[in-house]
Design a protein around this ligand. Structure first.
Ligand code: SF4
Length: 476
């Protein structure tokens, strides 16, 4: 059903028996680009009319990213799986001396950096456990080493949980003032080459869920404070929602609400004017007190935040040196390869990535975890509720490429990248080798009906005259 046309024509309850009248007022708000309430979110999560929910999410997604979906050429680097904590849903962490524990040395890291650059990757995604045996200098040395061997590869590194751990091991952490210690840490990491933050560690912002599933990990307040400091320092960040374990749908909706208020704050700081009379939820955590007005980006013609908008210069030399024969891989202007110094022109959340929980190997193995329809609906609800987030990612590692492809028709606009090695949790395969090819991602995007756009970490278009995977692409 085309919902745009349904706004002006009578609904067809006899032809579409599941058409839920409760969705009509929500459809009107979505059509008008208005913020949805938590009650609206509950209706979206519980209605039997799933297809209308998906269609509404698609409407917003298509408004924000008409005709295109994104992927990137990246590699993941997990530097250590040794972790001081023991979150119940985690199958990644090991204790020192456990079978399979590892900590990568600088030689290994250097080699990974070289491989990333040589493969044409534009991003290294770097996360690990809270290793109590590594000094703070290990992290700055890691970033400096990668900057040296892969100067054009963007370093997206360290979750909020790791950054608080780094403040602790650097002895600058203060329990009553997370922000000052994290600022100290981030300033040094930025100096060493940090370009942006991934979004892990958020799980579901709720005290009960926190107590039951990951009570020793930082809670919502600290997670939000870390991202707030990162935004103030001009870093773009991302966020996740690990759902389908001990959480409820109401708690997920609260999680989304807290994130969008945090994004209101970030966008307000960047000069976005919002609607002071818009819907403002109660109960946003105190330490991240949010006074910014509601800012939606889901209306017709809304301008999404981007480094381009903020005046970042375009760069016309890609690929970086050392990637191979330049005449084979020249790039048309304007290319969007981000020079490292441009990384700090942001200061907002780019992407929400809903991550379904996988019970296998975790302490919560007795739970069943969410399945396909719930995952599809959660992507759509995320798109509809997080009206001020530019991107919704269907992370193919956790969703599978086939399912992620379907999700592009249900609110998602990004599949993530080629990944190569992934040690955390995954839907596909048993090993840590989780590589897909750019041509597979392009094929999935094309099958979903969109033009595939290669992006860098900051969602700037990467254009290669002759792409190195032998797949024809139309340049936009
Ligand atoms: S989820 Fe992160 S912090 Fe928790 S045990 Fe696993 S690696 Fe450690």
């Amino acid at each position: 059903m085309n919902l745009e046309s349904s706004m002006t024509t009578a609904v067809l309850p006899n032809v579409i028996p599941n058409l839920d009248p409760a969705l009509e007022s929500i459809a009107k708000k979505v059509h008008d680009g208005q913020r949805l309430s938590l009650d609206d979110g509950w209706t979206l999560y519980t209605t039997k009319d799933l297809w209308t929910v998906l269609e509404l999410a698609k409407m917003i997604r298509d408004r924000m990213h008409p005709g295109v979906a994104y992927y990137n050429i990246n590699r993941h680097l997990n530097y250590s799986n040794v972790c001081a904590l023991a979150c119940k849903f985690c199958e990644f962490a090991r204790k020192k001396g456990d079978q399979g524990e590892y900590t990568r040395d600088l030689e290994y890291i250097k080699e990974e950096g070289r491989k990333a650059a040589a493969s044409g990757a534009t991003e290294l995604h770097i996360v690990g456990g809270l290793n109590p045996y590594l000094p703070f200098e290990y992290y700055t040395d890691m970033l400096r080493t990668l900057t040296e061997v892969a100067p054009s590869v963007h370093l997206k590194a360290f979750t909020a949980v790791e950054l608080v751990h780094l403040a602790r091991i650097a002895k600058v952490y203060k329990k009553d003032d997370t922000k000052s210690g994290v600022r100290w840490v981030l300033e040094r990491l930025i100096d060493a080459g940090l370009g942006s933050l991934p979004g892990g560690g958020a799980e579901v912002f709720d005290d009960r869920v926190h107590r039951e599933a990951f009570k020793t990990k930082i809670g919502a307040h600290e997670w939000l404070d870390v991202h707030l400091v990162a935004h103030e320092l001009g870093l773009n960040t991302n966020c996740t929602m690990l759902y389908g374990h001990v959480d409820t749908r109401q708690e997920r909706l609260r999680h989304m609400e807290i994130l969008r208020r945090s994004q209101d704050q970030a966008l307000h700081r960047l000069g976005y004017a919002g609607d002071a009379d818009g819907y403002i939820a109660e109960g946003v955590p105190e330490s991240a007190e949010i006074t910014a007005p509601v800012i939606t980006l889901s209306g017709e013609g809304a301008v999404l935040p981007s480094p381009y908008v903020q005046g970042a210069p375009l760069v016309d030399s890609y690929p970086p040196a050392g990637l191979g024969d330049p005449k084979d891989m020249q790039v048309a202007k304007p290319t969007s390869m981000a020079p490292r110094e441009d990384s700090r022109l942001g200061g907002y959340y780019q992407t929400i990535t809903p991550l379904p929980f996988f019970p296998d190997g975790s302490e919560l193995e007795h739970l069943s975890g969410p399945a396909g329809v719930e995952n599809l609906r959660t992507i759509a609800v995320s798109r509809l509720m997080l009206d001020n987030f530019p991107h919704v990612k269907a992370f193919w590692i956790m969703q599978s490429v086939s399912m992620a492809e379907v999700m592009l028709q249900a609110g998602a606009d990004d599949l993530d990248g080629t990944v190569v090695w992934y040690d955390i949790t995954k839907a596909v395969g048993d090993g840590t080798h989780q590589e897909t090819t750019a041509s597979d991602l392009i094929k999935a995007i094309n099958e979903a009906g969109y033009e595939a756009v290669e992006r860098d970490t900051l969602y700037r278009r990467v254009v290669r005259d002759r792409n190195m995977w032998g797949v024809e692409r139309t340049q936009i």
